[in-house]
Write a protein that binds this ligand. Structure first.
Ligand code: SF4
Length: 250
């Protein structure tokens, strides 16, 4: 068996194990998918802050400017005051203005609905060409706004898949490229969503709770931290669920 085949098999084991303990997340087809431009701005607001604060900033911004034309025409300082609760308001306000300017210049209007007719590769290419939009954000637009199979890699996902040994990559962008080959397309939504929750509740950045982790038999990093106890069970299914507060409300 080649190394790549082994890694694909291991990835599928991890996916199954997380689905067993956390459930199989499904896309909510009853709810309208977030508009791609809304998602870009919401993601921008979510940087360097928590879900609660970024959601407050998002709500205030949308209340103050019901459409992107009025947001674009507003003074940067006025946008800044609307998003103050989200932190780094000055920089974020300037970036929102720049993003709107670039979208208008490229697509002729304040909308990214044109992306719906493009291939995954074209969407990634066009979004990452916009100043300040990286692979993670572009991949989130594919997955959550356009309903495609994409596997966004943020710091949680990057940390966990490196610890488990699915990849050995120095940056989230390199992890993104490596993981596209390992994750079956129809499992990208489930795996991404479960990893975010798993990273917040168990495989935390500081002090991962390896002693109660069902993946420990596959994780050399965790095995170094604790002795394997076969009777321990993961018990996080009833835990506090706080994934995608922002995205659920965009
Ligand atoms: S064993 Fe520890 S490091 Fe490995 S995946 Fe589980 S929590 Fe993370």
């Amino acid at each position: 068996m080649t190394g790549k085949t082994q890694l694909k098999r291991k990835t599928q084991q991890v996916i199954r194990m997380l689905e067993k303990h956390l459930g199989i997340p499904v896309r909510n087809n009853d709810r309208k998918s977030p508009d791609p431009l809304d998602m870009l701005i919401a993601t921008l607001l979510s940087q360097n802050t928590n879900d609660t604060n970024s959601y407050r900033a998002w709500k205030k911004l949308k209340e103050k400017y019901p459409d992107y034309e009025s947001m674009y025409r507003a003074r940067t300082s006025s946008i800044e005051s609307a998003i103050r609760t989200g932190g780094m308001a000055k920089q974020k306000a300037a970036r929102i203005k720049e993003l709107l300017r670039n979208v208008k210049k490229r697509y002729g209007k304040f909308s990214l609905t044109a992306l719906r007719n493009k291939s995954d590769g074209e969407v990634l290419e066009e979004l990452t060409a916009l100043n300040g939009i990286g692979l993670k954000t572009a991949s989130c637009v594919l997955l959550f706004s356009l309903g495609r199979n994409s596997f966004p890699v943020d710091t949680h996902v990057h940390r966990i898949v490196n610890r488990i040994g699915l990849v050995s990559t120095p940056t989230p962008d390199k992890t993104f490229l490596a993981m596209q080959e390992l994750v079956p397309p129809d499992k990208m939504y489930s795996f991404h969503t479960n990893l975010i929750r798993f990273g917040r509740e168990v495989c935390k950045s500081q002090r991962p709770e390896c002693y109660r982790c069902p993946l420990i038999r596959m994780c050399k990093f965790g095995q170094k931290k604790v002795k394997v106890d076969g009777n321990r069970k993961l018990n996080i299914a009833g835990g506090k669920k706080r994934d995608f507060m922002l995205l659920d409300n965009v």
